[in-house]
Design a protein around this ligand. Structure first.
Ligand code: G6P
Length: 362
């Protein structure tokens, strides 16, 4: 069955490897034979009517929301903000006049996120849940549902649900942006791009050996590590750091690379791993300078870079895709680095201490 580990030692590795197939499945489910996404018109109309989109989630889903918000703003021109569900539920910010809510939840059962949805429904605000589990609580209680089609995710640390969430957000942003007549959306060939993403993911998962070596060399001993980046690369650095924390117990932090010098660089010492994610044209040079600053203080710098921005001594090279979708590729080496660091320490990759797959208490 889909939930069978087969020849894999851990579900997490199987789920990392399934990501290209999930991308292809999403193209099939959302496009079929069409060139444009086939999305419920009532959903698109409800979103087009909003003056602000609020995306709510917890853990990895919150990180997928950070990426999605940038895509909605770039393609649809609607201000979009992201909120941690346990915060939003009790410290609700002042809202716009016509809010639209998107709930991201792999399980559809996270109590923190549901608490926000209860409040949203009390106000009769429109909402969409994007989830892997049809008929889950968050799916039943929201106005609309879209599915991730990722298949069961068993490992506690989320991988394929994160990339599926970003892909669905991009598909939705394409549909909404087109409906609103936005040029950026018209130019964004998400169907074609997701095909490139699937192939790109495949080539990264095919180079596991090299990534395992990077993990063994730089991440097996240190207690701390930093992922840095700017813009979308910063958003991914938060998820990359979370993977390392969750399963390998390295105290990792994702950081806006320009902010490092304003305090946190004090933590860099000889051998501290600093992993730079570099996929955005405008900020590539700046992140490289920030990496140099850490190397000058003894850090071991490791780079994850889009091919067209790469230089000779870069560590991991990513195939090129549209700038909005680079998170779908840059996260994959980070998932594998966390996996191999955990494996190398002999830890239970799929069942890290203190964590649960789905948290149904607040
Ligand atoms: C738990 C899991 C995380 C997950 C979070 C949100 O804390 O350990 O991996 O990201 O819940 O879960 P959800 O099902 O709402 O996406």
């Amino acid at each position: 069955s889909a939930a069978d580990k087969g020849a894999y030692p851990f579900y997490m590795l199987k789920e990392i490897d399934e990501q290209p197939a999930v991308m292809r499945k999403l193209v099939q489910e959302y496009f079929g034979d069409h060139d444009d996404p086939q999305i419920d018109e009532n959903l698109i109309k409800a979103m087009a009517d909003a003056d602000h989109i609020y995306i709510v989630g917890a853990g990895t889903s919150y990180h997928a929301a950070l990426v999605g918000a940038r895509i909605f703003e770039r393609l649809c021109g609607i201000p979009t903000t992201v909120h941690i569900s346990s915060e939003f539920a009790y410290e609700q910010p002042l809202l716009s006049k016509k809010p639209f809510f998107i709930f991201l939840s792999q399980s559809g059962e996270t109590a923190d996120s549901r608490q926000v949805l209860v409040n949203v429904n009390a106000h009769k605000w429109p909402s969409l849940t994007i989830t892997n589990v049809d008929k889950s609580t968050l799916s039943r209680e929201a106005t609309f549902t879209e599915l991730l089609y990722a298949g069961p995710e068993i490992a506690v640390a989320s991988t394929k649900a994160y990339t599926a969430q970003i892909a669905v957000e991009a598909i939705l942003a394409k549909a909404l942006g087109e409906y609103l007549g936005k040029d950026a959306a018209k130019k964004f060939d998400v169907k074609h791009q997701l095909g490139l993403v699937a192939n790109g993911m495949q080539s990264i998962t095919d180079s596991k050996k090299e990534i395992e070596e990077v993990a063994a060399r730089y991440l097996s001993k240190p207690r701390n590590a930093f992922y840095i980046g700017r813009g979308l690369d910063w958003s991914v650095s938060l998820e990359a750091a979370l993977k390392l924390k969750e399963i390998s117990y390295v105290q990792a932090e994702g950081f806006a690379s320009g902010e490092l010098k304003h305090g946190t660089i004090a933590l860099i010492e000889k051998g501290t791993p600093v992993l730079g994610i570099i996929t955005q044209d405008r900020t590539a040079g700046l992140t490289r300078s920030n990496l140099d600053e850490t190397r000058a203080r003894g850090a071991n710098t490791i780079t994850i870079v889009s091919r067209h921005l790469s230089q000779e001594d870069d560590t991991i090279i990513l195939p090129d895709v549209d700038e909005c979708l680079t998170p779908l590729l840059s996260v994959v080496p980070a998932q594998l680095l966390a996996y191999y660091t955990s494996l190398g320490k002999g830890l239970d990759v799929d069942k890290p201490r203190n964590l649960a797959k789905s948290v149904t208490v607040q």
